[in-house]
Design a protein around this ligand. Structure first.
Ligand SMILES: Cc1cc2nc3c(=O)[nH]c(=O)nc-3n(C[C@H](O)[C@H](O)[C@H](O)COP(=O)(O)OP(=O)(O)OC[C@H]3O[C@@H](n4cnc5c(N)ncnc54)[C@H](O)[C@@H]3O)c2cc1C
Length: 561
């Protein structure tokens, strides 16, 4: 019924749905050979008005809004398309092109921290837990960015992603009384705290809706309602129940406004053209095939690690973007990411029943202000695979551990239903730097500056876990190796009101360049204390409005003087 209505009201072009295994029509544009040095343009027509590099939150928002405004937009994404049902499992879930793996999960060892990021059309939305939480205090951000001015952009993103709180209290919902949600809510109540019920970008199953029912969302893309399998992150939702960016922003940009989404194009060299515009060189990570495209404007949206690396490489290795701010690489933060485990719970928690994250608790920061840190429920999917990647264990060892744990489980010696990973993020104190070492991205970040923060987090984790009737297992990687996993890397090309303090202005426009923009987690100037996706997208929505107005008024994009 709903799908019939949607099909009746949507424009015809929006009714074309992505089907599993769909491949992109080959571009009619010839791939060109990579020239060296700065290339004269001789007034040749550009391939596109705008090229967007990367298809995560910043990139998807920029793509849709620029395409809507009539720009001819192409998205160059290093990863693949992952249609409903095609998220690879096990080892194949990882993005490791050197080993012939092209999955969605990319672990990047940066030294004493390991970045965990997404790869594929939809970026981090393919691998994340889809929490959409608003930030309230924007101290340290450029003028003009605050909770009030961002409010309508937050509304816009939540509407596009159809983000809603988990209906655990709704007796008519199939998600009513999900055990792990109840367990954490009950722990909050025992500690005298009100549970945080964040909005999730998830299509919940409706009352009486059979599992596996396919319906069109308001953008015309096909989805199924959530079946509560806990696989939002690992391997990623194979049922189209998570509102990933390919099902909303990118879907509309492509099907309604004709944006070209070009997977398997990993960008490296960026050349400013003499007459204006940019030539962007890419390589297919699977075949090694190389080519390039030109555009009048370029939006880098390859994520905090990807965009910072691209800018560093083009400044320091290719020597093409030499006027970038000296602050490039600075303001790298880990959003206070931490983890702890509840084990041996007296009541079954069933960690993998429900979406990956459903509820949490909020704590004040060391400065006494709100949104100091949050503790959320996680799920128990392929933990040994993840641990293996975090500490660099060989595949054979990981498989042996996995086999051992499954055997213990079968013998009743280990019960995952009494186990729950608890995920933490917050306003921490360590601020580091991203830099190139032998052409590869590394970081220096003094996580010992977070000692007071981690101590406080562990004390609260322990209290929450005991209130759940379980035992607290601290994060072994931190205790034995002083290493942390970072699913929320931020900064590197931070926004600021001045080129002496940041790389881009409040709309992501790169200081020192025309028609060059960065819109993703790299421009976030500090740890947020909330999950970053919604704020990255809202800041991109705000920036898109500014960029389009400037393009219409001046025919170019240039940073604030
Ligand atoms: C396991 C996990 C769970 C998470 N859960 C949440 C959550 O619940 N809520 C939340 O708010 N956040 C969550 N996050 C974090 C969130 O997903 C990221 O902060 C967010 O995706 C960052 O958005 P972005 O726009 O910076 O870029 P990304 O989403 O990282 O996208 C960047 C894209 O650029 C592509 N790319 C990189 N380099 C190149 C290149 N050279 N050429 C072409 N393409 C390139 C990448 O493949 C990727 O698709 C989670 C992250 C992880 C790993």
């Amino acid at each position: 019924m709903l799908s019939a209505f949607l099909f009746a009201v949507l424009p015809l072009s929006a009714q074309v749905v992505v089907v599993p295994g769909e491949s992109v029509a080959p571009l009619s544009l010839p791939a060109q050979q990579a020239p060296s040095g700065i290339e004269p343009n001789y007034g040749a027509p550009m391939d596109f008005d705008v090229i967007v590099v990367g298809s995560g939150y910043g990139g998807s928002v920029a793509t849709l809004r620029l395409a809507e405004a009539g720009q001819k937009v192409a998205v160059l994404e290093r990863g693949r398309r992952h249609a409903m049902g095609s998220f690879p499992r096990g080892e194949e879930a990882f993005w490791e092109p050197d080993h012939g793996r092209f999955g969605t999960h990319n672990f990047r060892d940066l030294g004493n921290n390991v970045g965990w990021i997404g790869s594929g059309v939809g970026g981090g939305s393919l691998v994340n837990a889809s929490i959409m939480l608003r930030k309230t205090d924007f101290t340290g951000f450029p003028a003009g960015i605050d909770a009030r001015s961002l409010s309508r952009f937050y509304d816009r993103v939540e509407d596009m992603l159809d983000a809603k709180p988990f209906p655990v209290d709704d007796p008519s919902s199939p998600h009513f009384n999900t055990p792990k949600t109840r367990a954490l809510m009950e722990a909050a109540r025992r500690l005298g705290k009100k549970p945080v019920m964040p909005k999730l970008a998830v299509l919940y199953r409706e009352n009486g809706e059979p599992v596996g029912t396919v319906r069109a969302n308001k953008h015309g893309a096909l989805q199924q309602g959530c079946r509560g399998c806990g696989e939002c992150s690992l391997p990623g939702c194979n049922y189209g129940a998570k509102n990933t960016l390919d099902l909303n922003y990118l879907h509309r940009a492509e099907k309604v406004f004709g944006a070209r989404i070009l997977p398997q194009r990993e960008t490296d060299k960026i050349e400013p053209l003499e007459g204006g515009g940019y030539r962007v060189h890419y390589k297919d990570p699977a075949t090694g095939e190389e080519g390039s495209y030109t555009a009048k404007a370029l939006v880098l949206a390859a994520g905090a690690l990807g965009s910072t690396e691209l800018l560093l490489r083009n400044r320091d290795v290719h020597g093409t973007l030499t006027r970038l701010s000296d602050r490039l690489g600075e303001s790298y933060t880990t959003n206070g990411n931490f983890i702890g485990f509840a084990i041996g719970a007296s009541q079954p928690i069933h960690p993998s029943l429900g979406p990956e994250i459903t509820t949490g608790l909020e704590f004040d920061g060391l400065d006494g202000k709100g949104q100091g840190f949050h503790i959320f429920d996680g799920s128990y999917r392929e933990p040994w695979m993840v641990l293996g990647r975090l500490i660099g264990l060989p595949t054979a060892v990981v498989k042996a551990i996995d086999f051992n744990m499954r055997t213990n489980q079968a013998l009743g010696l280990f019960q995952p239903e009494g186990t729950l990973p608890l995920l933490v993020l917050g306003r921490d104190r360590a601020v580091g730097r991203l830099y190139l070492s032998n052409g590869r991205l590394s970081s220096s970040i003094d996580t010992s500056r977070n000692a007071a923060y981690y101590n406080r987090v562990e004390n609260e984790l322990s209290r929450v876990i005991h209130a759940m009737g379980a035992h607290f297992l601290p994060f072994p990687l931190w205790h034995f190796g002083r290493k942390i996993e970072v699913p929320h890397p931020l900064g590197g090309a931070a926004m600021s009101d001045s080129p002496f303090r940041g790389v881009v202005d409040d709309a992501g426009r790169v200081y020192g360049y025309e028609n060059l923009v960065v819109l993703d987690g790299s421009i976030i100037p500090s740890s947020l204390g909330v999950n970053p996706a919604l704020t990255i997208a809202a800041i991109a929505e705000r920036a898109a409005e500014i960029l389009i107005a400037q393009l219409q008024a001046e025919g170019r994009i240039s940073p604030r003087p």
